[in-house]
Ligand binder design. Sequence first.
Ligand code: IFM
Length: 442
Amino acid sequence: MNKISLPLNSKMLTKEFTYGVATASFQIEGASEKRLPCIWDTFCAKENTVVDGSNGDIACDHYNHWKEDIELIDSLGVDAYRLSISWPRVITESGELNSTGVNFYLDILNELKKRNIKAFVTLYHWDLPQHLEDNGGWLNRETAYKFQQYADLISQAFGDRVHSYATLNEPFCSAYLGYEVGVHAPGLVGRENGKKAAHHLLLAHGLAMSVLTKNSPDSLNGIVLNFTPAYAIDDKPENITAASFADDYFNQWYIKPIFDGKYPEIMQQLPQSCHPDIHREDMAIISHPVDFLGVNFYTRAVYQASDVDYFDELPATGKLTDIGWEVFPKAFSELLISLNERYNLPPVYITENGAAIDDKIVNNEVIDQDRIDYYQQHLLAVNDAIESGVDIQGYFAWSLMDNFEWAEGYLKRFGIVYVDYESQLRTIKNSGHAYKTLISNR
Ligand code: IFM
């Protein structure tokens, strides 16, 4: 059935619950020649970094198609659009606003406002200006202060057009994938890097929170974190310990400092060379109160004890999406409930959730039943968490449209709208129609 349904009495069927679609600057905009280079331009230009050898030069050419893309967003009937700002498009190398770049976003924000679509703006979705990387990137504490200056200037320029600001998207990916295992830009490898980069990212978040609170007191200001819940393969104590370590290393590392002002205790087990340089005031800055927490969820991971490392991640089994991630919606509700138990959470927004499917377009139609099923199961998981007392106020489908899926290039499609990259034609998939029907039936 081309339909997504929820229990009739669900809070998610009221107009108070926000439904949206999400994108990110580097993944859709293109027009790379009209901004400063970023770390993803450099990374894509290296050999064997992106599976199909592609880059973000054109992507979905959203820079030139933004008007019709907003028309498309509006046609889906959503309440909100989550987009990210390209730092290298709006700030010059000397640290001033670039008016051409700022005007591009002002036009978008004005159009969203005109159409009564709430703008959820993310300030950093991985496209660090290359000149900052040349100076050490997120391994350099100074980058956190540069981010604060950017957040200050851009939030003043945007005025009251923004409904919600997220400082960072998924700092885990920036820190771990980018600086520790090197599968994302800037492609650095070394266990000693990851937690140092993470600390500067979290510091950047805290510093930006203080300027957002001052410049934009009426918007919901917070952060977007991704979670891949860690499950032990079985009940053996050593496997449970391994999964718990992985959970602290990958998930709790990014949320605990924000809500508890501390890093997980596993820090003591990590070699000194991996420890970040924490200044006296840092944890207070990082734990600045947030108005909302954005949660991104796609899948879970399963662990067992290892003889050579802290844990051993097992290959995904069961039903997998096209990117190889297990479909396991129960982990979503369990995650939301456990975060709510562990932390004093503000309202939660599901800022990303979705599935990569090997879509085929036939006669202008994309029959993506697996994606519809994924949305159905995961929206029900959100509903379960709400019924268990978690204050969840909104849900964003990732993604509005197919786009540049980082190290996978254009080979993995996450959109509820199909993009033909040759013609730049957009076609709403069956999942997009199903999402629209759910929203409009409220
Ligand atoms: O495409 C990404 C997005 O940029 C960040 N969260 C996960 C998505 C799917 O990998």
